[in-house]
Design a protein around this ligand. Sequence first.
Ligand code: PEP
Ligand code: MG
Length: 594
Amino acid sequence: MYPDDAKKTFVLKGMGASPGIVMGKAYLFDRLDSLISFYTLNDTALVEAEIVRFRDAVAKSEKELLEVKNKLSSIGGIEPSYIIDVHIMILNDGAFMNNTMQCIRDMFVNAEWAIRMTVDKYREIFDKVEDDYLRKRFNDIQYVAQMILRNLAGKKLETVEDIGEGVIIIAQDLSPADTAQMKFDQVLGFATDVGGKTSHTAIVARSIEIPAVIGLKTLTKVVRTNDDVIVDGTSGVVIVNPDPEILHRYEEKKKLEREGKKEYLKHAQLPAVTLDQYRVEIGGNIEFSEEIPSAIANGAEGIGLYRTEYIYINREQLPTEEDHFASYRRVVGVEGLAWSTIRTFDLGGDKFFSDPKLAKEMNPQMGLRAIRFCLKEVDLFKVQLRAILRSAAYGKTKILFPMISGIEEIREAKSILHDVKRELTAADIPIGEDIEIGIMIEVPSAVVIADELAKEVDFFSIGTNDLIQYALAIDRINDRVSYLYEPLHPAVLRLVKRVVDVGHAAGIRVAMCGEMAGDPVCTMILLGLELDELSMHPLAIPKVKKIIRGATVKESKELLEKVMSFQSSVEIRDYVEDFMQKRFPSEFPEIDQG
Ligand code: PEP
Ligand code: MG
């Protein structure tokens, strides 16, 4: 053995994209560079042949993509198969093709080299894009380029199916086509260099419940195929070549997690009723309809938040009414779900959209976002509302308007909804009856005038992610101020309390669908506040339900009253964590480890 081959241990911290722990052999997916050779064409006669070679590789790539697309639709794969359309579009993009052929012609380089130059050109352009989401779309161009390079090298498309059983996929990035095929069970988990909140792979991984860590930056540089790897999607850590002691520790941790999960799932289908008979409705937050089976299995009684903006991602063209309708039909009226809350699209802010109508803003979180955008682009809004109303004919539906800051906005939104209803009815198109109308309470002004807003709607849903952002003036995606992001801040508790009290006084139900709803540390506080519905990421449901079933509202109110007398968020957090750990020791083993 050469000294180089001595296996070094690396511990890398990224972002947990999908919880759970796996250990296994690494498979470095698509280490493409080794396939590429660069050379110049020393005879002009070779130039046209090289162009034909390039065109053939493009045609082959397109054929492969179409095959993946067909396969995905036949297995009922991940919803965003339109991302494959985007890849096909890049393949057919005149600028990409022409630039590459121009390089071959003008510089006498082989197709591989020319592609590299084209990709570098795109990289330069994308690097200058300030919008984080758009900048990351460069990955799609890279993915397509790699596909052509692979075909130039005469390699067939590497798919997860080819890899063999039980490996952990390590990649720079994974396309939805890659991750979709992980449904076939060969893959234990995955870890990628890139990725963020908006990465498709993060969302997809959660929906198919494979542990995943993203944003590891240098992982593909330190790991080799067949290395031993631990992926801890719960803590966002990847360990390459763990020593026996680390391995043992993780085996124990995994066992605990597995036992805990089994235990939680036992109770997951039971109603969330406290020991003193207070009933909380439990919703699941989803981004794709593929998450519904997981939501039901984890104990969601309905969909408390369907974030519809994902329908808009990565599209050159806006989704049609039929596109919307097809998405909502997969969510509304599903057996096992008592209701579906469809939130009208919340684009702008940290949400993404490749339409110039959403111009770059200095301060996007406070910009033309969510309902504000909808009320400006009424035609676009109406397309979505028509589809929601039509799909509501198939099951209990609630419509939720995001980012309401004043009474005019909700009145205007309702009036547009009313117009759309009239148009559909006049055209004899069936629509749902008894649709409940609600608003997200996520702007502090909405809390202040909650009494007025309550007269306009059937329910409130508190979006703590934004409410905390705006109330505490903390950009929710800025790492540098994330230490200030505190759901247990006394101001946040008072805001939530006001919304619940005012909502109840007006006789309407109050839900919470921000991350706070799924944080088990906060569960008793929320019981004390008497929220009617908690909607959360499906994987968070079992633990929260278990706590609800093991607690009383009486003791929760006492806890709430106690912490409401504290002045600082640090005091509150310490007290609540300590309380919860003593009250539910098996649910909070990690808290005492700091
Ligand atoms: C929220 O703001 O709490 C919320 C649920 O909405 P989103 O995270 O989609 O902004
Ligand atoms: Mg929000």
